[in-house]
Ligand binder design. Structure first.
Ligand SMILES: Cc1cc2nc3c(=O)[nH]c(=O)nc-3n(C[C@H](O)[C@H](O)[C@H](O)COP(=O)(O)OP(=O)(O)OC[C@H]3O[C@@H](n4cnc5c(N)ncnc54)[C@H](O)[C@@H]3O)c2cc1C
Length: 815
């Protein structure tokens, strides 16, 4: 008889903390027919040597959710599975050196409070009282996280493994997977001990995930960094303090200097994320070994010198301790530093739970999320920040290495709203890139496409340093204001390469699309927004549907949604229906011409019928070149989107610019577009529109056609309509200070948290700070006064009528 099962419902490849947590959560969810394959002993990859820090801090809502869940799980795990382990909840102090850093902390305190965590801001003196050995003279304050701690990663993994085994799941150690193939509806995973057939497979192979991905035809976007921490000898003062206090010192994180310093027994553990960092296994002379189980890289202390000195200045006691051991291990990175958890792009019944940079603190939550993906096909929390489909084909190895190194070297950096990270740029350039660069464009990358964020005037400061602020105003502010005014009073042009688009054609296409969206499918010649809901009525996507004929459509969606939306369409296409779906993103581009003078500008250079109404489209010529002219405007003015073949973009751009000269046409950028769309209440995908909200909560009832045949999400939405929504979308005018409300700022009413913002910014046409968000339903009534907590300060805000702040009757759009 074979040593291993020949069949399982789910096979997980990789027995690090993440794979084992996935196994545990699947088993807990009732899926006990699961097998985990580990090539060596459990933890042999990155897990065995991890420092084991378990922070909850994150400025991302979903990552914070995952880490908070992990910390809660770990607290009860030893008892739940009867496996004792070392988990010290010590709290942590995150040091701030600047006002901007304190603002970041304040925002996270607000988010944490909303998730039920009691984070707090400390003054420098309070830091001293919690950590008497720290120098505080140059600090502005700190964030205190009482939930932070450290766990033994091997014990954690073994505890999860015990829990999974007790529930009936199987773990095969020293059983490497060696390949995968698809046979019928099954995966066959080969191992050194025989084949296992399964319904679902999970790649949880840590830093080997790219090798495992190849079996599925998948190029996993990842690279490997070398990461070190140093252990120091016992320090008598620390021992004495600990004996008296009865607990360990909290962990110190000096995020501006970029390291953590933790009490390890009665000594220290110092772990820097150094700027002068080192990638491994990225060049032919440094190949990735076949098997690196339980191995480390050679020590490389020179790289850490600055950090050691800095830490010794911060905690002079550290300078008295001898260095006893250095750990230098592989740590995998994706291009944005977040892991991959979710469907493997383009591969049926295959999932990823790999490339974890913080797998110990995220492992618990990741297991929950992965189990939900496998069992239910969707997750409780919107997990786009970790969805493998967020990286599309342009993320080649060079890009991934450049971004991975950038993220590692800035692991604790603040992510300012007007800052664009410089590494891995210019991957995809519009054919008019040089033209708009010459006009002063300051670019940002959108799914790899370079788009103008704003247009600098000759004396504007375009340095990266100037963007290191949470404040609304910076060198871009006056320029963006001028761009918005041009769109309002004359016209603006925005080159917008990279919209994702799919050609959907074939008999039955209309009826099929109707089952996917909540609303009506537009008639031929018209374009409309389609909202795609999941079975719970939650917002999966928003696409523009351009009907070319009864059964022929172009679906246009966000640049970053390219793989996600394509997959949603494909997986919901019934077999045998003769509808073809083709991704034609690379073939077309788009330029937005918007503003009251757009008609006059186009009339001289186009044969189009410019009297056609709002939400129509037509095949036309601009400057003698074919294009599809679409009468819509995300900016909320009279205007057209000019969709053309990519290669034709320059001729159209030049002709429009020339024709626009006498009319005051100006190029505008994404910052202006964001301001303009906020004034219209137009939602942005994965900010305002996410699976954290249902279509009804999102205030999109006018896009639900109750009297049509079945559509996904209908039953849930009908139930919600009967019982009422708990939350409702609101537009707020905020009496803000010098910052607009960032994503996930909390809303207050009568001393209670009653909701959150989903986006915010300055409306240049109305001269006010706007926030879009979700409030308790009984408060989502025009005129209600709320407060928005922006970086720790509460500002008055008023709920607006449920219509656009600018041009409420859409008269300018219809002009
Ligand atoms: C020095 C250092 C310190 C760190 N400190 C922390 C910390 O304090 N907190 C934190 O959250 N994170 C920390 N990390 C990161 C953490 O170690 C990783 O994020 C985490 O261990 C990843 O877990 P994993 O399960 O995804 O991958 P891994 O632990 O690498 O597990 C993958 C497993 O897959 C197995 N495998 C691979 N290929 C196959 C195959 N073909 N068949 C079967 N099995 C296979 C491997 O043997 C391995 O056991 C640290 C990392 C380093 C390098």
């Amino acid at each position: 008889m074979s040593e291993i099962a020949g069949h399982a419902r789910v096979v997980i490849i990789g027995g690090g903390v993440v794979g084992v947590s996935a196994l545990y959560h699947l088993a807990k969810a009732g899926c006990t027919d699961c097998v985990l394959l580990e090539r060596n002993e459990l933890t042999a990859g990155s897990t065995w040597h991890a420092a084991g820090n378990v922070p909850t801090f994150s400025s991302s809502w979903s990552i914070m959710n995952m880490q908070r869940y992990s910390a809660e799980l770990y607290r009860g795990l030893a008892d739940a599975v009867d496996y004792p382990m070392n988990y010290h909840v010590t709290g942590s102090i995150r040091l701030g050196h600047s006002k901007e850093r304190l603002r970041e902390f304040q925002r996270v305190v607000g988010m944490g409070r909303y998730q039920g965590m009691d984070l707090d801001i400390l003054t420098p003196e309070e830091i001293r009282s919690r950590y008497p050995f720290a120098e505080i003279h140059d600090l502005t304050g700190a964030l205190y996280d009482p939930n932070d701690g450290d766990i033994d990663p091997a014990q954690l993994t073994q505890a999860l493994a015990k829990g999974a085994r007790d529930l009936g799941a199987k773990i095969y150690r020293f059983c490497p997977a060696t390949g995968a193939r698809r046979e019928g509806d099954e995966w066959v995973i080969s191992t050194v001990k025989g084949d296992i057939r399964c319904e679902y497979v999970v790649n949880a192979a840590g830093y080997y995930a790219r090798e495992v991905g190849k079996w599925f035809g998948r190029d996993v976007p990842m690279m490997v960094m070398s990461h070190q921490y140093m252990l120091f000898d016992e320090v008598p003062e620390v021992a004495a303090w600990t004996a008296e206090a009865g607990h360990k010192l909290p962990l110190l994180r000096d995020v501006d200097s970029s390291y953590y310093l933790r009490q390890e027994k009665n000594g220290f553990n110092l772990g820097p994320y150094e700027r002068n960092c080192k990638a491994h296994w990225v060049t032919p002379d440094d190949p990735m070994p076949e098997d690196f189980s339980f191995q480390l890289y050679p020590d490389d202390l020179e790289r850490l010198e600055w950090y050691i000195n800095d830490a010794c200045e911060r905690v002079p006691l550290l300078g008295t301790a001898g260095l006893t051991k250095n750990i230098n291990g592989p740590i995998p990175y994706t291009p944005d530093g977040n892991p991959l958890i979710g469907p493997m792009p383009g591969v049926p019944n295959a999932f990823e739970a790999c490339v974890f940079t913080f797998g110990i603190c995220q492992g618990g939550g990741a297991g929950k999320v992965l189990a939900e993906w496998v069992m239910e096909g969707e997750t409780e929390w919107d997990m786009w920040s970790c969805d493998p489909r967020r990286f599309t084909a342009f993320c080649d190895q060079d890009y991934t290495i450049a971004k991975g190194m950038e993220v590692y070297g800035h692991e604790y950096a603040m992510h300012f709203p007007h800052h664009a990270w410089p590494a891995g740029r210019n991957k995809k350039l519009s054919p008019v890139h040089d033209r708009i660069a010459a006009l002063g464009a300051q670019f940002g990358a959108y799914n790899g496409w370079e788009r103008a964020n704003w247009f600098a005037r000759p004396d504007d400061d375009t340095s990266e340093a100037a963007t290191q602020t949470w404040r609304r105003e910076g060198p871009w502010f006056a320029a963006v204001c001028e761009e918005c005014e041009a769109v309002r009073d004359a016209a603006g042009i925005l080159d917008l390469p990279g919209f994702s688009r799919y050609r959907v054609e074939g008999p039955g296409a209309r009826d099929w699309l109707s089952t996917l969206i909540t609303g009506a499918v537009p008639k031929p010649g018209r374009i409309g927004l389609g909202y795609f809901a999941d079975a719970q009525g939650r917002i999966v996507s928003e696409m523009s549907i351009m009907a070319m004929s009864e059964d022929f459509f172009f679906l246009i969606t966000a640049a970053t949604a390219q793989l996600h939306d394509h997959e949603w369409l494909l997986t919901h296409l019934p077999e045998g229906l003769g509808v073809k779906i083709e991704d034609v993103t690379e073939q077309f581009s788009c330029q937005i011409l918007s503003g009251p003078k757009s008609r006059e500008i186009l009339s001289g250079i186009s044969d189009a019928d410019l009297g056609k109404h709002w939400l129509t489209h037509q095949s036309a010529r601009v400057a003698g070149i074919w294009c599809q002219l679409v009468r819509v405007s995300f900016a909320g003015e009279l205007g057209w989107e000019i969709h053309s073949k990519v290669a034709d973009t320059p001729a159209i751009f030049d002709a429009v610019m020339e024709a626009g000269k006498p009319h005051g046409l100006k190029p505008f950028g994404m910052f202006a577009l964001n301001s303009l769309r906020l004034e219209k209440g137009y939602r942005a995908w994965k900010g305002d529109l996410s699976t954290d909200y249902t279509v009804l909560q999102g205030g999109l009832e006018r896009f639900v056609k109750w009297d049509k045949a079945e559509f996904i999400g209908r039953q849930a939405l009908e139930r919600e309509r009967q019982h009422g929504s708990k939350k409702r979308f609101v537009t707020l005018i905020v009496e803000a200070g010098d910052c607009d409300a960032p994503y996930m700022s909390t809303l207050w009413h009568d001393g209670e948290v009653v909701g959150e913002t989903t986006s915010g910014g300055w409306g240049h046409r109305i001269g006010k700070s706007i926030a879009l968000g979700m409030a308790r339903a009984d408060l989502a009534i025009a005129g209600t006064r709320l407060e928005v907590e922006i970086f720790g300060e509460r500002f008055s805000a008023t709920v607006q009528e449920d219509k656009p702040l600018w041009d409420p009757a859409n008269e300018r759009l219809r002009a």
